[in-house]
Design a protein around this ligand. Structure first.
Ligand code: ATP
Length: 147
């Protein structure tokens, strides 16, 4: 099957650098499905779970938001933060979820938008772990590049 190089990069590390068959990502313009040899484009990326299909199966990447560049042979996502399931500390995500839920339950002195964003980050991380466990985590199985 034809493939395209996917690179997911954060200020801290190269999260993914793999040949993949299909990518789904939430951009500022809506959900975008990217096949190899897609026409060039640039877009913002909304906080989302990027879904990837490879010869080995399906995988999932938490992306906190950033920028997308699509070229026929290469797709780059520059993200504030991004993790494959294998990089996610589940206890930390659960603690972040509880912290955010407690803040949201308070009526005063809370930055609701900030707490809601933190809650969504934690929920996405937990969902990536769950989805990857179900799918077998093609990229999470040690093929992902870490610097
Ligand atoms: P926390 O409140 O636990 O710090 P956060 O949502 O505020 O979570 P971010 O600002 O999204 O954290 O990310 C900061 C850095 O911490 C990034 O490098 C991100 O990849 C990493 N990170 C955050 N949560 C986790 C987690 N549960 N497992 C692994 N890495 C995480």
């Amino acid at each position: 099957m034809s493939s395209v190089l996917l690179e997911v990069v954060t200020p801290e590390r190269l999260v993914v650098s793999e040949q993949v068959n299909f990518i789904t990502v939430l951009t500022g313009g809506g959900e975008l499905g990217i096949l190899p040899r897609h026409a060039p484009l640039a877009a913002t990326v909304k906080p989302c779970i990027v879904k990837v299909k490879t010869d080995a199966g399906e995988d999932f990447i938490n992306v906190n938001g950033g920028f997308l560049e699509v070229l026929p042979e290469k797709v780059t996502i520059l993200a504030d933060a991004a993790e494959l399931a294998s990089m996610i500390d589940v206890d930390r995500a659960r603690a972040a979820k509880e912290r955010a839920e407690k803040r949201l339950a308070q009526k005063e002195g809370v930055d609701i938008a900030r707490a809601e964003a933190a809650l969504q980050r934690a929920l996405r991380r937990l969902e990536v772990v769950e989805l990857s466990n179900k799918a077998g985590g093609a990229l999470s199985s040690g093929k992902a590049s870490e610097q």
